[in-house]
Design a protein around this ligand. Structure first.
Ligand SMILES: NC(=O)c1ccc[n+]([C@@H]2O[C@H](COP(=O)([O-])OP(=O)(O)OC[C@H]3O[C@@H](n4cnc5c(N)ncnc54)[C@H](OP(=O)(O)O)[C@@H]3O)[C@@H](O)[C@H]2O)c1
Length: 360
């Protein structure tokens, strides 16, 4: 099938709504990481050309993940420079490669950043990659991705909200439901509630009928979490926080953690007998000690989780649409100011997702 490149304004039908196909492209702008620990550089590049089974998406918004920060600092495996960072994006399909139905042109989409998951639900294949390294990502005016990575933008979400959803949204979904097996009425603890994934986890657990507690370094963030439906929160910098929680709230059946590190032993102490502790990250490094006695005597389940399969992604979108979940957005900046957003991750001042506006 020939490449379908529409250079002028036309109308295309998608989701029973007519949407405008983007204007002629020619050049694109991309934020390139050329050297570790240096700011991303905004540069002009020739417009992207999709290969077979690929599409070009003209981006409306992108969002920042801690992964982008880890890569700029050289703290991520397999870094190849230069690279355009950015795993999350939402926009309009501008061009289709061979083998892609040209009806895709003009559709409003968000992008599943997990590529080549494979056929097994339990874990990803060796070919699994994440958009934004090694393939160029979404901190650009356009991105090229396999058409299989596209999903319709949920109608209740703005461009900014749609761009905030994919990576953190699917990570929280798999951790909470596919791996954590959350049941309505259970007690859940989510650590570090300021994090992008953690805020989705809170919204999902509340929507699923759980009772949710959180930890944070900030009382203000705990207050925000309570507004989103948490029962209460505890400051993880206070060494007595887990005792306080046990007294006030009891023991959680499910703990969703991405901090790891020295605080991990509190989680084993706090979990209810038979409880599950799901980790999707280790922001503060490995735990210095895991109490094996607690682990086997309490019959605990320690579970790892990473991003999500295409099935997780589809279920996550359905859940978000059914429950009308709107991602928590910390801030919105123009694409050219992405460096400020990445830099701010050093101090973790954000609550929710940092979004970049593109092609505004
Ligand atoms: N495996 C995967 O698929 C996957 C996917 C996404 C992210 N991750 C990893 O998961 C982690 C979080 O990612 P993110 O994008 O949500 O990050 P983020 O938005 O940058 O959030 C990080 C949060 O970690 C919390 N934190 C820091 N030190 C803590 C501690 N000692 N105890 C508890 N919480 C602590 C802070 O919460 P407060 O501000 O509330 O104090 C901070 O806001 C990162 O390590 C990331 O690389 C993994």
């Amino acid at each position: 099938m020939p490449v379908a490149h529409l250079g002028s304004l036309v109308m295309a039908k998608f989701n029973r709504e007519f949407v405008r196909v983007p204007k002629q492209r020619n050049i694109m702008k991309a934020l390139s990481l050329k050297q570790l620990k240096t700011p991303l550089e905004l540069e002009d590049r020739p417009e992207l050309v999709p290969a077979a089974n690929q599409v070009v998406v003209q981006l409306k918004a992108a969002s920042v993940n801690r992964r982008d920060y880890w890569i700029t600092q050289g703290m991520y495996p397999g870094i190849e420079l230069p690279v355009v960072l950015g795993s999350d994006g939402a926009g309009v399909v501008a061009q289709c490669g061979d083998g892609v139905d040209s009806a895709w042109v003009g559709r409003e989409v968000l992008i599943n950043p997990g590529v080549n998951w494979g056929d097994v639900q339990a874990f990803q294949s060796d070919e699994f990659t994440i958009l934004g390294l090694p393939a160029d990502g979404t901190f650009a005016t356009e991105v090229v991705v396999p058409v299989s990575q596209l999903a319709a933008k949920p109608a209740h979400l703005s461009w900014q909200q749609a761009a905030a959803l994919p990576l953190a949204g699917v990570t929280a979904y798999r951790a909470m439901f596919s791996q954590g097996n959350l049941q309505a009425g259970e007690k859940v603890l989510i650590t570090g509630i300021g994090g992008g994934v953690a805020t989705f986890a809170l919204q999902y657990a509340v929507a699923a009928g759980a009772q949710v507690w959180v930890t944070s370094s900030s009382q203000e963030k705990i207050n925000r979490a309570v507004e989103l439906g948490a029962q209460a929160g505890f400051n993880y910098r206070d060494e007595t926080w887990s005792k306080q929680m046990k007294q006030q709230a009891g023991e959680p059946n499910l703990i969703i953690d991405s901090a790891g590190g020295a605080g991990y032993k509190s989680l084993l102490n706090l979990a209810a007998p038979g409880g599950r502790i799901v980790n999707y990250g280790a922001t503060t490094g490995p735990p210095d000690k895991v109490d094996m006695f607690k682990l086997f005597w309490k019959q605990l389940h320690l579970i790892g989780s990473t991003m999500g399969s295409p099935a997780d992604f589809a279920r996550m979108l359905k859940f978000v649409e059914q429950k009308k979940i709107a991602p928590v957005i910390d801030s919105v900046r123009p694409l050219a100011e992405a460096n400020a957003a990445i830099e701010s991750m050093k101090s973790s001042t954000q609550f929710g997702k940092m979004v970049l506006e593109i092609n505004g």
